[in-house]
Design a protein around this ligand. Structure first.
Ligand code: F55
Length: 860
């Protein structure tokens, strides 16, 4: 078309504008250029780290060409856009992913080889961007990859933490030690500081209603800090579309205004925990617990306020009336962490845009969408009213106004139902009163969804039951989670990816974006040569993992054994304890076997990895007085200090004994790999024969690593929970190993535990024996484990004693099945073949079509 150039000669501009480098010769040229200029280094002493930086800068140049083009077209065409607000983006490494998505991996590998480097060594220099705790943060990262790959106009908004999730060290005694993660220490080539994109964010101060017949108020005073944008490029797979992840950094406003300090918060403001830079200093390392810390609330407001200001500014550039905001903007709330965006948008519309309340509420409730990730009661966010009143006085007013109007409408529909009003109020009575963020997110959103079928049903029938009755079922939906097959197959398992391309006779550019095509592998289960090749790849992945463990930890692993893997955040509900007790049971059984019996046993290597939330004992004690009384039993497990830490310690100490026991070590060994990360997962997952997803039924909302293992041909051992259920539906129940009680039984069993407890010796002798051996000091530190063991002997909120026997039976079935390698490999192929549904492309398209109403934009 007729391009208008802002200045100068169009011809000169166009001649100089670069495209993506695809020739090996231009790649080496740009690499060396970066060594000389950007890095200011001498070629003769360039090390691997320098080579990584040069390669990254060169790849980044390519990404930027596409990124600029994408931004320009979005601005010109002004399509409706979606924004994914997440306090966590667990990105992992970027270079390999960018090379694969650009389709330039081979060219760059050749290029760096010519310059004397190996691509593998270069890739290994990169530090993970670990701005997340676990599943929720990694899901956000997969969704960004899929949005760009599906050419959808989606941006992420998050925080640029200076320190990501802590590094985990394991002491010789098996204690988890936490060290900071200074991931930005070696410059980050993947971010662009946009010092020109900055917003002021206010805290504290006072809010005065105008009382002039409008709902307006003026919020003034307090402290203002600056939010500065850092942009991260998100390349799509085999497309020009390169979206943006905007991360905010906090810094003090220049010319700090001392006058605005009142005596009350001056004290606070000089404290380092209260200073502007502290806001984005560190990711909170707790998953599934919220501790009501002021700094966390500051993070949430800082991030939502800056993101909304940015979104609003972009909308205003289109020049449409504010009432059309929901026609151009959809905002997805990743859990309740960004719920303050709801009162914040109300505040902007009312106080700054002078809209009537009803209009503002109409806009808000057509803009937001809320995803719930858990139904565990201790994980549901609540903020103390006094804290909100102090930090965000205007927002508290708005929340009270929303609540008043909401409860009036409930009263209208259910006249005189006082219990219902108390249950549904945004404000929970107590000392202190607390704001229930999930309820606010629910009533302020257009749609609410859970992350797997079972979980979405539980959301509707438990925590949001009253809201379904009030608002109607159609507001509540399900989007089963997905994972990106780019990182979780093509990148982490290149040999399997190549075999699939050859077998399907289609380029990976096609099947990676149309993952249900994996079904075409099914007939190959009957092809012996193919099965051999399939098994050989699994074997090489096991050797790759063994090599990694050998070089990083100095341990030698038996790669002939079955690899059995459980890797995820440690949490009581995920039941890593069940797994380790199962390992001890196997050990005791082996110890009692004759040499003849042992010959029939297939060797097994058990891997664990995962971080436990740091056990700030004090924090738990401090929050204890506000616990509901009488104390529900689940709080007893929760209050047990270091429960998950004791589990790590038990795993490490059991490993110490059994890995050295000459009676058993050839048949059973056990490893706890420290510092679990995205990068470590990329090595572990393709190497697994069987992986464990063994949460108490009804507690794991979805799980996503279950999908990753299955996509890589690992079989699944699990409970009937979360996405395990849908995986079994796809691959067929005969190809998974299920055990344990079902969700509807859980409530009754817990009731029994409380009111009709059966001694564990009677109920489950096998488990009682294992517990007694630990108590007796078979693995040392006997008294250390006593609190952990007692949570099982009494209360047993997560039902280990109810599921132990069927767990052991399921493990035996796995052993049995593994003996028939032909059939096992068939199961493995079938599993991979039926994983198409779990591509995050499918999931993101469901959000785009059913919720956000946005369309793909082809970037020419
Ligand atoms: C982080 C912080 C807080 Cl305050 C609460 C929870 C978390 C967190 O990390 N949650 C989390 O990871 N939830 C998981 O989300 C996954 C993606 O939906 C699910 O697959 C998984 O079941 C769920 O536990």
């Amino acid at each position: 078309g007729k391009e208008k150039w802002p200045r100068g000669e169009e011809k000169v501009w166009k001649e100089c504008m670069r495209d993506v480098d695809t020739e090996v010769s231009s790649i080496t040229k740009s690499f060396v250029n970066h060594v000389q200029t950007s890095l200011a280094r001498q070629p003769y002493n360039l090390d691997n780290l320098g080579a990584y930086q040069a390669a990254a800068l060169s790849v980044r140049d390519n990404l930027l060409v596409n990124w600029n083009e994408t931004a320009l077209q979005y601005t010109r065409k002004a399509p409706k856009r979606a924004y994914y607000l997440s306090l966590e983006f667990l990105m992992g490494r970027t270079l390999d992913n960018a090379l694969l998505n650009l389709g330039l991996k081979d060219q760059y590998s050749q290029g760096v080889k010519k310059l004397g480097f190996s691509m593998e060594d270069i890739l290994d220099q990169e530090r993970d961007a670990a701005l997340g705790n676990g599943g929720l943060g990694r899901l956000a990262a997969c969704y960004l990859d899929s949005s760009a790959s599906q050419e959808l106009p989606v941006w992420g908004y998050g925080l640029r933490y200076k320190y990501g999730i802590f590094q985990q060290l394991i002491s010789p005694a098996g204690e988890q030690l936490e060290a900071p993660d200074p991931w930005l220490d070696n410059q980050n080539p993947w971010e662009l500081p946009r010092l020109d994109v900055a917003y002021e964010v206010r805290f504290y101060g006072h809010a005065d209603r105008l009382n002039d017949g409008t709902p307006r108020a003026v919020w003034a005073g307090g402290q203002e800090v600056l939010a500065v944008a850092y942009d991260v490029m998100i390349p799509g797979c085999y497309t020009k579309t390169t979206n943006n992840l905007r991360l905010w950094e906090s810094k003090p406003k220049r010319g700090f205004d001392l006058n605005s300090f009142n005596a009350g918060n001056y004290e606070g403001a000089v404290e380092s925990s209260n200073s502007a830079a502290a806001i984005t200093s560190v990711l909170y390392p707790n998953d599934h617990t919220s501790f009501g810390k002021e700094l966390r609330l500051k993070q949430q407001y800082f991030w939502t306020a800056a993101s909304l200001a940015d979104i609003l500014r972009r909308f205003k550039n289109i020049g449409k009336p504010i009432t059309e905001f929901p026609d151009y903007v959809a905002i997805q709330l990743n859990d309740t962490h960004p719920t303050l965006a709801i009162p914040e948008l109300m505040r902007i519309l009312i106080d700054e845009e002078d809209q009537p309340w009803a209009t503002a509420w109409q806009i808000v409730t057509n803009t937001f969408f809320y995803t719930n990730h858990t139904v565990l009661p201790e994980a549901l966010e609540k903020w103390p009213v006094p804290l909100l009143e102090h930090l965000l006085p205007r927002h508290l007013q708005i929340i009270y106004d929303i609540n008043l109007l909401f409860l009036q409408s409930v009263e209208k529909k259910f006249p005189g139902d006082r219990d219902r009003l108390a249950r549904m109020s945004l404000i929970e009575e107590g000392f202190p009163k607390q704001v229930r963020m999930a309820y606010l997110a629910c009533i302020g959103s257009r749609k609410v969804n859970g992350v797997a079928e079972l979980h979405s049903d539980l959301v509707k029938t438990t925590i949001l039951k009253d809201f379904v009755e009030f608002e109607g079922i159609s507001k509540f939906g399900n989007v089963t989670n997905g994972i990106t097959p780019r990182r979780w197959l093509d990148q982490c398992n290149p040999e399997l990816s190549a075999l699939i391309s050859t077998t399907l006779k289609v380029d990976k550019a096609v099947w990676l974006k149309e993952l249900t095509r994996l079904e075409e592998l099914l007939p190959k289960t009957e092809d012996e040569a193919f099965r051999k090749e399939w098994a050989a790849i699994k074997q090489r992945n096991k050797e790759r993992l063994a090599h990694h463990v050998q070089t990083t930890l100095g341990l030698t692993i038996n790669t002939k054994a079955m690899f059995d893997v459980q890797i995820k955040r440690l949490h009581e509900y995920k039941r890593q304890t069940l797994n380790i007790l199962g390992v001890i049971h196997r050990y005791l059984t082996l110890k009692n076997m004759t040499a003849e019996e042992k010959k029939k046993v297939n060797p097994r290597v058990v891997f664990f990895a995962g971080k436990a939330a740091p056990a700030y004992y004090i924090a738990k004690l401090v929050s204890a007085p506000s616990l509901p009384l009488p104390l529900p039993l689940y709080f007893i497990a929760w209050l047990t200090p270091f429960g998950t830490h004791q589990t790590i310690r038990l795993i490490v100490n059991v490993a110490r004994i059994i890995n050295e026991d000459p009676d058993t070590k050839d048949l059973l060994s056990l490893y706890f790999l420290p510092d679990y990360s995205v990068s470590l997962a990329e090595v572990l997952i393709p190497a697994s024969d069987i992986s464990q997803h063994i949460s108490t039924a009804g507690t794991e909302a979805s799980g996503t690593s279950n999908m990753k293992f299955c996509l890589n041909g690992g079989l699944l051992l699990g409970t009937v929970d979360g996405a395990n259920i849908e995986i079994a539906e796809e691959v067929g129940e005969s190809n998974v190993f299920f055990f344990g009680h079902l969700t509807p039984a859980v409530e009754d069993l817990r009731y029994q535990h409380t009111y009709h407890p059966i001694p564990i010796e009677e109920k489950c002798p096998a488990l009682a024996n294992v517990l007694n051996q630990v108590s007796a000091g078979l693995f040392g530190d006997a008294d250390v484990y006593e609190p952990l063991l007692n949570t099982i002997r009494q209360g047993d909120h997560y039902l280990l004693s109810d599921d132990f026997d069927s767990y052991i039976a399921a493990l035996a079935m796995v052993d049995e099945a593994y003996l028939d390698q032909t059939e096992w490999v068939k199961k493995s192929i079938r599993t991979t073949a039926k994983m198409g549904k779990f591509s995050s492309d499918r999931a993101i398209n469901e959000y785009a079509e059913s919720y956000w109403n946005i369309e793909a934009q082809r970037i020419a």
